[in-house]
Write a protein of this length. Structure first.
Length: 364
């Protein structure tokens, strides 16, 4: 694979970074000291402005994403401890998924979270109430409800560990569209509060069953081709933006096939990391799945997509939300258009690698 990013210039020192990091630590202290939802809301609403100032100061997306995760994780944990009884917190694992689970969320997007219980709740009404309050709190923090209902307030995403394990087996063994989507989302799950061993028990079920199942892995990986066919299962969740050639849906064209392709390889090679960059690094280090050159280009491309999406989100078009995946090509600087084109080229080559690895041409 070509080295698409060899000409990147070294970054200049980040002006004012120390002051911005002090602001971030202040927000962290506000979160840690909050005794109710309202002060948490106040802290949460400061994060987008902090992201914008970090970007303006020249900070790249990798460090910004890491900083956002260092704020959002304790935010979710503190909110859960406030709304949930102590016994429920101790006997469950609250987890986040999607870009939040992978540590790649910069601007706030839909809620994607779930709850694994140690055993069936002795007080299901109290559990349901705590979960509803948590989802309501996240709405107040600026995270809209997930259109697909992937939230703890949905009973389908709060189950005891045995029930969750049985559900995970169904996702694998009876891979209909709903199961494949759920499996993809769940593979990015990251614990934020409670007993992480509960989540790991369910993840163990997935990795054990997936071992050696080439047919299942192929069906799962085939979603990288979803957008060349309107019947693809992931199209149910990523509607097209009708802008013709004047805009690119950056999630459809670049981020999703890259992220899902890496996710599929991680499942095939039993890599437990949840971040895309972490998965890539683990597979590069093993020498089995990705060469150093391919690994480098994939991480660079991921960061290009994240950066361009961030820029578009900080100055959205009228009628577009900050979390929109639509990028207007006529609003991109020449350098950004060149970098986007190079990154999309990396994704095209990566998809060819995946077709060969998972025998997708045979499955189609």
């Amino acid at each position: 694979m070509a080295h698409a990013f060899d000409d990147d210039a070294p970054q200049e020192p980040l002006a004012g970074l120390g002051r911005l990091l002090r602001e971030a630590r202040t927000v962290q202290r506000q979160i840690a000291g909050a005794g109710d939802i309202e002060p948490l809301r106040h802290a949460a609403l400061q994060i987008p402005a902090l992201v914008a100032r970090l970007h303006d100061a020249g900070c790249t997306v990798g460090p910004i994403a890491a900083l956002v995760q260092s704020l959002s994780t304790p935010l979710f944990e503190r909110a859960w401890r406030i709304v949930a009884p102590a016994e429920l917190v101790a006997n469950s694992c609250l987890f986040v998924m999607g870009s939040e689970g992978r540590g790649e969320q910069i601007l706030k997007t839909d809620q994607d979270n779930g709850l694994v219980l140690r055993e069936e709740s002795a007080d299901p009404a109290a559990t349901a109430s705590a979960c509803a309050r948590f989802s309501e709190a996240l709405r107040a923090f600026g995270y809209p409800e997930c259109p697909g209902g992937i939230m703890v307030s949905n009973p389908s995403w709060r189950r005891d560990v045995d029930d969750f394990s049985r559900t995970a087996r169904r996702w694998l063994l009876m891979p209909d569209a709903e199961g494949l989507m759920s499996l993809a989302i769940f593979l990015d799950a990251r614990p934020v509060c409670g007993d992480p061993a509960l989540l790991e028990r369910v993840r163990d079920e997935i990795f054990q069953l997936a071992a050696g199942s080439d047919a299942m892995l192929g069906r799962f990986a085939a979603a990288i081709e979803a957008f060349s066919d309107s019947s693809g299962w992931w199209n149910r969740w990523l509607p097209n933006a009708d802008h013709g050639r004047s805009a690119v849906d950056i999630k459809r064209a670049g981020m999703f096939p890259l992220v899902h392709g890496v996710r599929s390889l991680a499942l095939a090679f039993h890599v437990r990391e949840t971040s895309t960059a972490g998965r890539i690094d683990a597979m590069r280090a093993s020498g089995e799945a990705l060469s150093p050159e391919v690994a480098r280009d994939l991480v660079d491309s991921l960061h290009v997509f994240m950066e361009i999406k961030l820029k578009a989100g900080l100055t959205p078009d009228e009628g577009e939300s900050a979390a929109s995946n639509t990028v207007r090509l006529d609003r991109l600087a020449t350098l950004d258009r060149s970098r986007l084109d190079a990154a999309l080229g990396v994704v095209r080559q990566f998809k060819a690698l995946l077709r060969q690895r998972f025998h997708l041409d045979v499955l189609s």
